[in-house]
Design a protein around this ligand. Structure first.
Ligand code: DX5
Ligand code: ZN
Length: 214
């Protein structure tokens, strides 16, 4: 069954604990935390202080999607705040090899993230070392954008390669994931769907259950 990772970016930030409990009741598998620094992407969200304060609201694993220029420099802060998984963009200027090693040495899981314009080919050399491959299906920075259809080809390519090589990497898809397009994203090969607006607009529990029934 596909796993669902609600992104709190579209949640009510004045009531985050309630929102997280709704996610639990709906059957969410992971909580997706969109961290933005205003440099790597043209938006600013939240950081370790907020993550630490909502850590007590749920036992669900936290994945921090780090849309920041220096994920290597701040990795430990996000882990200390209670993140279980760190997702690092391939497009940052840091050494990804070093960042992956560093994060794994802290004892948490790690994933790499590809922007829509980054070809899957570039991810191949890291896949043996990571737990997740997150494929962005919108340009990172904002919730509520439309799914970029050409991403489906990239998901299929990743699925085929991961299966062929027998790699233990879960494919996540993030951006514009809605009830109406989830089926084709799953068919293309996604293991985990990330969604913000499709979950937090309306009834959170029902929205998650609807995804899980697909
Ligand atoms: C975009 C974020 C996504 C975003 C998804 O930069 O990484 O996680 O919150 O929002 P929706 O599901 O509304 O496209
Ligand atoms: Zn995200």
């Amino acid at each position: 069954m596909v796993k669902i990772s609600p992104s709190i970016l579209s949640a009510d930030f004045s009531r985050l604990c309630d929102e997280l409990r709704r996610c639990e009741r709906g059957g969410a598998d992971i909580i997706h935390l969109d961290v933005m620094d205003g440099h790597f992407v043209p938006n600013i969200t939240f950081g370790p202080v907020v993550i630490k304060s909502i850590r007590k609201c749920t036992k669900l694993p936290f994945e921090a999607h780090l849309m920041i220029q220096r994920p290597d420099k701040y990795a430990k802060n996000f882990i200390d705040a209670g993140s279980d998984i760190l997702l690092v963009h391939l497009e940052t200027k840091i050494s990804l090899e070093d960042a992956i090693r560093k994060i794994k040495n802290y004892g948490v899981e790690v994933g790499i993230v590809l922007n829509p314009e980054t070809p899957f080919e570039k991810a191949k050399k890291y896949l043996e070392k990571v737990n997740y491959l997150l494929i962005m299906s919108v340009h990172p920075g904002f919730a509520g954008q439309s799914f970029i259809e050409s991403t489906l080809g990239k998901i299929r390519e990743a699925r085929e390669y991961i299966d062929k090589e027998g790699l233990n990497v879960k494919i996540e898809v993030d951006g514009g994931v809605k009830h109406h397009n989830a089926k084709k994203i799953i068919e293309a090969g996604a293991d985990i769907l990330v969604a913000a607006s499709a979950i937090f607009r309306g009834n959170v529990e029902d929205n998650i259950k609807k995804f899980k029934s697909l």
